[in-house]
Ligand binder design. Structure first.
Ligand code: NAD
Length: 471
């Protein structure tokens, strides 16, 4: 762990498992109450200086971007070890961190003139909040941490960061790199289980919680953060629908959707997780999806031919086994895959399920794995209605040869981001967030910076000082 710019030797550790082998590969530090207090106090002390000099902040963030890239190999190999990501997916995260840092280093904090006349100059400015508690999941540990750290730092906040106990190693290494480049205490990185996250949310020092994770944990975080009115961003789960219109090319759409649906072995918030295709072409679409899926290679994450690695955690592996078995028991037909792969590690065959009814868990819940239900619809209105019948509202997509027609359908999806002939493209410039149970608030883009600030009205009266003083 890195606290106040220094490495902290742990008094206790927990195991970190390599999902490609199922074996314990490392021991990560367990953060004690004393170390957490020290991290929070260091962040609070650092923030008093960090908030003052905008150009120093920009320079430090750019230096950090360079340092992340100089250490990219170490970061991506740790990431691969603890998550089982295929090499290309693991290698993508350090450059994403650098991109986010550069993007926010260049951004100006907004300052709006509300009134400027003979009576007064009144402006709306954005102040930093103070210390931010940042909590991340195991699926994109570095990139998601940087979605928080880069705008938080740019706005003048300091951070205490905790990764998932399933994948803490790359984030702890990033913490060391940040500790070497940034002034002491500006980012403090600790590790531990969900209980540590709870203590970080309830802690008296932070003024904001930026949380990415499951809906269940997000609900608890929200209740706890509200006790002392901390500001809050929640980026939670998704169960995105993709609606394929009747004019779409089956092979092309199946290839495009599956490239996203099984990206990172199906373990991302923003992926197609429920597919709706027209009933008149149902078999054609199921066959197309099955054919593409059957060609996707699952195996050693380090092999260049590998498209899908293992599930990243044992609970997630067991959950996917469970959800697919439940669907098959409920009458679903297996068009491709359908079972775990024998041997060590948490591998599951890329799976296409046909004739899955709503009300089945794999349709109603977020599967977070390489198993995709394909459902038939009769009218587009019915498909929209069924897509919206979900507690989630992260993203959705519509696929068609007619972009305008698809846009009309896409705009009817109750989601934070709706795509046409695409799904899951995320950019530093574009605000991202969910509606309904998928979250509160936005990350990325201008909105992502503002969410790490609080507005302040600066009202400067032109009244004669003597008159004000009653002279
Ligand atoms: P999780 O909610 O189990 O854990 C996420 C993090 O929160 C971990 O660091 C965990 O230790 C911590 N945590 C758990 N309970 C907590 C509590 N009560 N208080 C404070 N911290 C707590 O999620 P996960 O299994 O690591 O990640 C998968 C989930 O994350 C999926 O639902 C996925 O959709 C979601 N996710 C969302 C986004 C997004 O941007 N919307 C991005 C990636 C992942």
């Amino acid at each position: 762990m890195t606290v106040n710019g220094r490495a902290i030797a742990p008094s206790a550790t927990f195991d970190v498992v390599n999902p490609a082998t199922g074996c314990v590969e490392a021991h990560a530090p367990e953060c004690t109450a004393e170390v957490l207090d020290a991290a929070m106090e260091a962040a609070a002390a650092a923030q008093r200086h960090w908030r003052l000099d905008e150009s120093a902040r920009r320079a430090a963030m750019r230096q950090l971007a360079d340092s992340v890239m100089q250490n990219a190999d170490e970061l991506s190999s740790l990431l691969q070890l603890e998550t089982g990501k295929p090499t290309a997916v693991a290698a993508a995260e350090p450059p994403l961190c650098a991109t986010w840092l550069e993007y926010y280093a260049a951004m100006d904090l907004p300052r709006e003139t509300l009134q400027d006349n003979e009576t007064a100059l009144i402006e709306l400015v954005h102040r930093p909040l103070g210390v931010v508690t940042a909590i991340t999941p195991w699926n994109f540990p570095l990139a998601l941490a940087m979605w928080k750290i880069a705008p938080a730092l740019r706005a003048g906040n300091t951070v205490v960061l905790k990764p998932s106990p399933f994948a803490p190693l790359a984030t702890l290494a990033l913490g060391r790199i940040m500790g070497d480049v940034l002034p002491a205490g500006v980012v403090n990185t600790v590790s531990g289980g969900d209980d540590l996250g709870e203590r970080m949310v309830a802690h008296r020092v932070p003024r904001m919680v930026s949380f990415t994770g499951s809906v269940a944990a997000g609900r608890n975080v929200a209740v706890s953060a509200m006790a002392d009115l901390k500001r809050l961003t929640l980026e939670l789960g998704g169960n995105d629908a993709a609606i394929v219109l009747d004019d779409a090319d089956a092979e092309g759409v199946a290839a495009s959707i599956l490239e996203m649906a099984f990206f990172n072995t199906g373990q991302a918030c923003v992926l197609p997780k429920r597919i709706f295709v027209p009933s008149g072409r149902y078999s054609e679409f199921v066959e197309a999806f099955a054919a593409v899926s059957a060609k996707m290679t699952t195996g050693d994450p380090k092999a260049s031919s590998t498209v899908l690695g293992p599930l990243s955690t044992r609970p997630q592996y067991e959950r996917v086994i469970d959800l697919v078995a439940d669907a098959i028991t409920g009458g679903a037909q297996v068009a491709a895959g359908g079972a775990a792969i024998e041997g060590p590690g948490f591998f599951f065959q890329p799976t296409i399920l046909a004739k899955v009814a709503e009300g089945t868990r794999i349709v109603d819940e977020e599967q977070f794995g390489p198993a995709l239900p394909i459902m038939a619809y009769t009218t587009v209105a019915e498909a929209i209605d069924r897509a919206n019948r979900s507690e989630y509202g992260l993203c959705g997509s519509v696929w068609s040869a007619d972009r305008e027609r698809a846009s009309t359908v896409a705009e009817q999806l109750e989601v934070g981001t709706t795509y046409v002939n695409a799904h899951g493209t995320l950019l530093p410039t574009i605000p991202f967030g969910g509606v309904k149970s998928s979250g509160i608030g936005l990350e990325n883009g201008w909105a992502g910076l503002v969410s790490f600030t609080e507005p302040q009205v600066v009202h400067s009266s032109h009244a004669d000082v003597a008159a004000v003083m009653g002279a």
